[in-house]
Ligand binder design. Structure first.
Ligand SMILES: Nc1ncnc2c1ncn2[C@@H]1O[C@H](COP(=O)(O)OP(=O)(O)O)[C@@H](O)[C@H]1O
Ligand SMILES: [Mg+2]
Length: 290
């Protein structure tokens, strides 16, 4: 690295998303450097100049959180903040936070062992969703429809994880949705695009083949995003919402701190990278003026 960059783009690898971001940041008039973990080490150790702001796009949540915490202590603002990354990393933390602040969310309870999974499933009623506290792409997220299903899940887990190290898990009310969920991309404080993710599978992750279609940012969608931003601070988020077809209520399922956007931008036509680059360029200008 040479001079002090406006934006440091912390990455594990440069994916199409980051290539788009680099182009957009340069087009927005900011200087930008990409940084692998060793480059971050150089900034922390004083052998490379600290940037005005850092944008974290590391694939590992844990790595991103560690870097955000350390850069924060160095006095470098990060997007997202370390605190927001911590919350987004843990679906259990999100459930507690949403419940405490009255944000609609499927009923979600922590289970620290198989007995607790069974007891919660019986109290919530079938089907229930069981998921790891941390994960993405729908991995490990299962829908248990009856006691036989639970027995199969328990047997599989016991043989693969006899010591129960993969607990706690989250046991969640299953929300009947209209064949799709909603992914809303928030830049700063603003929802910039909402998409329906539709699939034949009950899990609507695009990694599992869901198709995407742009949809309206309704007042109800905006309101939930505003409430999430009020809790986590301005940032770059993928806010996932479910509509409960029985009540019509929208619920926040989860907030992702490192949403992918290149592939879906090509389909819905909203230039997410340009929005993010403009937000960061404004942030840099404000910091310089302060
Ligand atoms: N409680 C639920 N009710 C209905 N559908 C759910 C529920 N939990 C998860 N899903 C579906 O499964 C997908 C993956 O679950 P999610 O909790 O978002 O895990 P991941 O972080 O791996 O994406 C969601 O996008 C949604 O379509
Ligand atoms: Mg998800």
């Amino acid at each position: 690295m040479t001079g002090r960059p406006d934006v440091l783009l912390s990455v594990t690898v440069v994916r199409p998303d980051e290539r788009r971001l680099l182009d957009a940041l340069r087009a927005a008039g900011t200087t930008v450097e990409t940084a692998l973990v060793a480059d971050i080490g150089n900034v922390l150790n004083g052998s490379a100049p600290p940037p005005a702001v850092a944008l974290l796009r590391n694939l590992s949540h844990r790595e991103a959180a560690g870097i955000a915490h350390r850069l924060g202590h160095l006095g470098v603002p990060t997007l997202n903040t370390a605190a927001a990354i911590d919350v987004c990393h843990d679906k259990g933390t999100q459930a507690l936070l949403f419940a405490r602040h009255g944000i609609p969310h499927p009923t979600s309870l922590h289970a620290f062992g198989h007995d607790q999974v069974r007891d919660i499933a019986l109290s919530l009623g079938w089907p229930v969703v069981v998921k790891p506290l941390s994960g993405s792409w729908g991995r490990g997220v299962v829908r248990l429809t009856d006691p036989a299903c639970l027995e199969a899940w328990t047997g599989g887990r016991e043989s693969a994880d006899a010591a129960g190290k993969l607990f706690p898990v989250l046991v969640q009310e299953y929300v009947e949705k209209p064949g799709h969920d909603l992914r809303v991309v928030v830049v700063g404080t603003e929802p910039v695009v909402a998409i329906e993710r539709r699939s034949a599978d009950w899990r609507t992750n695009t990694h599992l083949g869901a198709t995407v279609r742009r949809t309206e940012i309704t007042p109800a969608v905006r309101d939930l995003c505003d409430r999430v931003v009020a809790l986590l601070g301005p940032g770059f988020y993928g806010v996932d919402l479910l509509e409960d077809v029985r009540t019509g209520e929208l619920k926040v399922l989860e907030v992702n701190a490192n949403p992918e956007f290149a592939k879906s931008s090509a389909q819905h036509g909203v230039d997410v990278a340009a929005h993010l680059a403009r937000f960061l360029a404004d942030r840099v200008r404000h910091l310089a003026a302060a």
